[in-house]
Design a protein. Structure first.
Length: 98
């Protein structure tokens, strides 16, 4: 499994719009055939810090996600909301397998 943790820090006052954009991206992403999980997490200590947990069957499915209309719309919508550029950390998902 191909897993990416994406850390995002947004500007003050953008939380509601960011969460809505993420909801739409989540709905589209979880409908992708190669998607295994797509969670949106908000830091309890810093509500402007979010982590997107993206799990795909393999690297090809994760790359295909970057070409979808919902991802491209999310990327464009949230670009000006970010306080700093988002950081992606790739992982190999060991368990659950498959």
């Amino acid at each position: 499994m191909h897993v990416t943790l994406v850390h995002v820090r947004i500007k003050t006052g953008c939380a509601d719009a960011f969460i809505e954009a993420c909801r739409l991206n989540h709905e589209g992403s979880t409908a992708e055939s190669g998607n295994r999980r797509f969670d949106i997490l908000q830091d309890t200590a810093d509500p402007r810090h979010f982590v997107l947990y993206e799990a795909y069957a393999d690297e090809a499915a994760a790359k295909a996600h970057k070409q979808t209309a919902h991802y491209l719309a999310w990327r464009e919508t949230v670009a000006d909301m970010m306080e700093v550029p988002r950081e992606a950390q790739p992982f190999v998902g060991l368990f659950p397998s498959g």
